[in-house]
Design a protein around this ligand. Structure first.
Ligand code: NDP
Length: 312
């Protein structure tokens, strides 16, 4: 198998990966970045990004990621198509297999593979994604201000997003598939106390309604089979995220949900020379700007590691 040696390998191309690339290339680490399965990451399935500082008029997600990429390339990042398919972090240099065809030997590896939202898996959900269907209330809630929306899920994320949406929207229907919520008691209390949230217990989504944009949701009561159509303009899915950490599981410490554990206040993992940033290690904030910030940390940590090892 072909082998290539690099100082700094970045896996993933969301805000975290590209920010790490901008810093690493400006620091002279000649980074190679593999874009992964979804070049540009989750933002490429968002329409307008209005909360990223520096874009006062907002910007669409794919364009923003193109800007990130150009900025990384301007300083010499070698941005490539390709997916990391296996790793061997047992000794320096670390080895990462790309597309099962090539091995990159890297003194530092920055993991920014992100997380993927889980979806219900229905046709209307995929068709209306970005046209009323969203997996991020903080990103897209604002577009439905003063309107009615629905959110599906009953964990902490759904509870948090439902209360967030309730501040912006006139009414929030929360679709819960059982007769209880998984969310922590305090979050449940908050949801129940919020006047403009209506919880639909024992309810599942039968279909999301609308041709080119969401104009309603049909829910089914699982106990009675009764169907109810509710007019809403936004449909939020908050049934969990899956961090893209599977290939690292043999080497890195992961938490119980699969997120990579980093040493608090740093991007360092339990393996020297391997750093993690962005949503693959953060289930709390999950914002483009926080991911970018952690990408910067990872590049600085990688640079310091290389200097300390005389590998710079
Ligand atoms: P969770 O896995 O905790 O919850 C997912 C929710 O979605 C569950 O209520 C589940 O229902 C529901 N669900 C799953 N699949 C479907 C489906 N197909 N149809 C309908 N409902 C479905 O994910 P979260 O993202 O909420 O949280 C992940 C982790 O992050 C948790 O540990 C959570 O505590 C943590 N977190 C903490 C926060 C905080 O502390 N501020 C904020 C956000 C998350 P069911 O219960 O029936 O299985």
């Amino acid at each position: 198998m072909e082998i290539e040696k690099v100082k700094c390998l970045i896996i993933g191309s969301g805000p975290a990966g590209y920010t790490a690339a901008i810093y690493a290339s400006r620091a002279g680490l000649n980074p190679v970045l593999y874009q992964g399965l979804q070049p540009g990451g989750q933002l490429t399935i968002t329409n307008d990004v209005e909360n990223y500082p520096g874009y006062p008029d907002g910007i669409n997600g794919p364009q923003m990621m193109e800007d990130f990429k150009r900025q990384a390339e301007r300083f010499g990042t070698d941005v490539r198509y390709g997916i990391a398919t296996a790793v061997d972090f047992s000794s320096q240099p670390h080895k990462v297999t790309i597309d099962e065809q090539k091995v990159i030997e890297a003194h530092t590896v920055i993991i920014s593979t992100g997380a993927s939202a889980k979806w219900l898996g229905m046709e209307s959900e995929a068709r209306l994604n970005g046209s009323g269907v969203s997996a991020c209330a903080v990103c897209d809630g604002f577009f439905y201000r003063g309107q009615d929306v629905a959110i599906v899920g009953a964990g902490d994320t759904a509870a948090e997003e439902a209360t967030y949406l309730a501040n912006i929207c006139s009414k929030v229907y929360m679709i819960v598939r059982r007769d209880e919520m998984r969310a922590s008691t305090i979050m449940q209390e908050r949801v129940k106390k919020t006047k403009n949230i209506e919880i639909l217990w024992n309810a599942v989504t039968d279909d999301i309604l609308g041709e080119n944009a969401v104009d309603g949701v049909r829910v089914r009561n699982v106990l009675t089979d009764e169907l109810r159509e509710i007019p809403v303009k936004g449909f939020f899915v908050a049934i969990g995220h899956q961090p893209n950490s599977g290939i690292f599981a043999d080497y890195l410490n992961l938490d119980e949900n699969g997120y990579i554990r980093t040493i608090p206040g740093t991007s360092k993992t339990n393996i020297d020379g391997v750093f993690a940033c962005g949503d693959v290690q953060d289930f709390t904030y999950r914002q483009a700007v926080t991911a970018a910030g952690s990408g910067c940390m990872a590049a600085l940590d990688a640079e310091r590691y290389l200097s300390a090892q005389d590998l710079h």
